[in-house]
Design a protein around this ligand. Structure first.
Ligand code: SAH
Ligand code: SF4
Ligand code: F3S
Length: 470
C-alpha cells in the first residue's frame, strides 16, 4: 500500500489509460528493500502502475544484491529466466548492487536489458525513464564513488503503514577487506538532520508509529550542517508526537558511541536493541578484515551497553572461514557467544568478492571446514538463545500487533527489542494491526516468545514496576 500521499481518483484514470506498468523484485538488505519503496514511489509518480506478476508488466525491474556469491548467482539465474519473456514488448532493468558492480557488462551478458542503475543514481530515475520510453537501449546510472548527493524523495511507497524505514546515510567509506558495499553504494554521505526530521514528522502524520533509521554505517552519521549528532537525531525523532518506537541499523563498532547508550537509557521510545556486527572474535582476523578495532575495543562497547540503566538486547553478524582463520581464532569467536550473550547471530561463510582487497588473499579454510565451523557456531548460539529468551518468561512486554495466525488462534506482535511475541487474548475483538498492547510472556523458544494479552487495568501497576514502557 502506498503511503506516499500521492494518487487520487483522477490520476489513477490517467495511469490506467497510459498503460505503463512495472513489476519489481527485490533482494538483499533493508537498504535495498527501502530503496525499492522509493523506486516504486518514484515510478508511480511518473505515471506507472505496479503489477504483481512479470507477465502483466511492461517494465520488469530487478533490485539486486551481491554481498555473497550465492546472492549474485541468483541474479543471473533470474535474468536468464527473463530471457524467455523477450519479444513480448517488455523492457528490463537491473538496479542495485549487481548493477553498479557489473555495469555495462550486464548488457553483454543479457542484451535484452535496457537499464542498469546503481543506488547512487536513483535520483536520476525520472530522466532515465523518459529515455527508456523513447526506446533507448543501453541506459546506465553508474557512480564510481563520485556523487555527494543522497536520494531524498517524498514519493516513498512504504509497504507497511505502521512501521517504516528512513535512510539517513548512504554509501560506505570503511572498506572492510571482504566487502563490496563501498564499491556498490558509493561514498559515504549523510542527509541533513532537518530533512530526516521532516520525513519522520511526515510519517508520524500519516500514522506511522515505528521508525527505523537505516545506513550501512548508521552511526557514522554526520549532519552536513553540523546541527545534530546521531544520538540527538534519535532523541528528536522519539520526541515527535505519534512516534512510539525508533530503531536503527547497522552500527559499526568504530562509530558506536556512548551517547547512543545514554539516549537508549533515557528515552523509552528509543528501542532497547543494538545490532553490533563483530565479524570475528579474534583480533588477528579483525586486522586482516580491516575492521579497525580489536576484540578488546569491541568488548568495551559491549560493556557500555551492559551497563545501561535499561536492559539492551544485542545481536551481531559473524563471518567464518576468513583467509587465515585458525581453529584458535574460531574458538575466540565462539567464546563471544558466552562473553556477550547475543539474542541473535547472523553468521555467514566467507565468500570472496570481486574487486575487494581480500580477493588477493589465499583461501586457507577449505569449504568443508568453513561449513562445519558455521554449523558449530549456529548450533552453539541456538542452545544459548533457548536459555536467553527464557529470561522474558513472566515479564510483561509491550508489543506492536503485526499479524494474526488464525490456524493457531494467535496474534503476532513485535517487542521493542525486536522479538516476535505470539499471544492469545480473551477479548472478543482482535486488536487492530499496528496497535500496541501488553503481553505477559508464558513460554520461550529460541526465536520467539509466547504469551497472553494483559488487560489494560493491570498496566498502571506494571508501569510502576518498570516492566512496561509507558
Ligand atoms: N554495514 C554492515 C554490514 C553490511 S553486509 C556492517 O558493517 O556491519 C551484512 C553482513 O554480511 C556483514 O555484516 C557480514 O557479516 C556479511 N558479509 C559481508 N561481506 C561478506 C562476504 N564477502 N562474505 C561473507 N559474508 C559477508
Ligand atoms: Fe561492508 Fe564494512 Fe562498510 Fe559494513 S562497514 S558495509 S562490512 S565495508
Ligand atoms: Fe546486498 Fe547491496 Fe545490501 S550487496 S546486502 S543489497 S548493500
Amino acid at each position: 500500500m502506498a503511503a506516499g500521499g500521492h494518487g487520487n481518483g483522477v490520476e489513477s484514470v490517467v495511469m490506467a489509460e497510459s498503460g505503463k506498468t512495472f513489476y519489481i523484485e527485490t533482494f538483499g538488505c533493508q537498504m535495498n528493500a527501502h530503496d525499492s519503496e522509493k523506486v516504486i514511489g518514484t515510478l508511480e509518480h511518473e505515471g506507472y502502475r505496479r503489477v504483481e506478476t512479470e507477465e502483466a508488466a511492461g517494465l520488469i525491474l530487478y533490485n539486486t544484491c551481491c554481498i555473497r556469491d550465492k546472492a549474485e548467482q541468483k541474479v543471473f539465474h533470474r535474468l536468464n529466466e527473463y530471457k524467455k519473456m523477450q519479444g513480448e514488448g517488455k523492457q528490463f532493468g537491473v538496479l542495485g548492487c549487481v548493477a553498479q558492480q557489473e555495469g555495462n557488462r550486464i548488457f553483454e551478458k543479457a542484451p535484452y536489458v535496457s537499464l542498469v542503475s546503481g543506488s547512487a543514481s536513483y535520483r536520476n530515475l525520472p530522466e532515465m525513464l523518459v529515455r527508456l520510453e523513447a526506446g533507448e537501449k543501453r541506459i546506465t546510472g553508474l557512480d564510481d564513488r563520485q556523487t555527494e548527493e543522497t536520494f531524498d524523495t517524498e514519493f516513498t511507497a512504504r509497504s507497511n503503514p505502521h512501521r517504516g524505514y528512513i535512510t539517513i546515510i548512504e554509501g560506505c567509506d570503511k572498506f572492510c577487506s571482504y566487502c563490496v558495499v563501498p564499491y556498490t553504494r558509493g561514498k559515504e554521505r549523510s542527509r541533513s538532520s532537518a530533512s530526516v526530521l521532516a520525513e519522520a514528522a511526515r510519517m508520524a502524520a500519516q500514522g506511522f508509529t515505528d521508525v527505523q533509521l537505516l545506513g550501512q554505517n548508521v552511526n557514522s552519521y554526520r549532519d552536513p550542517l553540523g546541527h545534530m549528532t546521531f544520538a540527538e537525531v534519535l532523541r528528536a525523532i522519539a520526541d515527535l508526537p505519534g512516534i512510539r518506537r525508533v530503531r536503527f541499523t547497522t552500527s559499526h563498532p568504530r562509530d558506536f558511541t556512548r551517547d547512543i547508550v545514554e539516549a537508549i537509557s533515557d528515552v523509552p521510545a528509543i528501542c532497547d536493541h543494538v545490532h553490533l556486527p563483530v565479524q570475528s572474535g579474534s583480533t588477528a582476523v579483525l586486522k586482516a578484515m580491516q575492521r579497525e578495532y580489536s576484540r578488546e575495543w569491541y568488548l568495551e562497547r559491549i560493556a557500555w551497553i551492559k551497563a545501561a540503566r535499561r536492559e539492551i538486547s544485542m545481536t551481531t553478524d559473524i563471518i567464518v572461514g576468513f583467509p587465515g582463520e585458525t581453529e584458535a581464532d574460531f574458538d575466540q569467536t565462539l567464546s563471544l557467544l558466552d562473553v556477550v550473550g547475543y539474542d541473535a547471530v547472523f553468521a555467514f561463510g566467507y565468500s570472496p568478492r570481486p574487486n575487494t582487497p581480500a580477493i588477493g588473499m589465499a583461501e586457507t579454510v577449505p569449504e568443508d571446514v568453513k561449513a562445519a565451523r558455521l554449523q558449530r557456531l549456529l548450533e552453539a548460539q541456538r542452545e544459548r538463545q533457548r536459555t536467553a529468551y527464557e529470561r522474558h518468561v513472566g515479564q510483561v512486554l509491550e508489543v506492536m500487533v503485526e499479524g494474526y495466525n488464525r490456524q493457531r488462534g494467535q496474534i503476532t506482535g513485535r517487542s521493542s527489542q525486536n522479538k516476535t511475541v505470539n499471544f492469545t487474548t480473551t477479548q472478543p475483538i482482535l486488536p487492530a494491526l499496528g496497535s500496541y498492547g501488553h503481553v505477559r510472556v508464558t513460554q520461550a523458544y529460541p526465536n520467539s516468545l509466547v504469551g497472553e494479552a494483559v488487560h489494560v487495568p493491570h498496566v498502571v501497576g506494571l508501569a510502576a514496576s518498570g516492566l512496561v514502557m509507558a
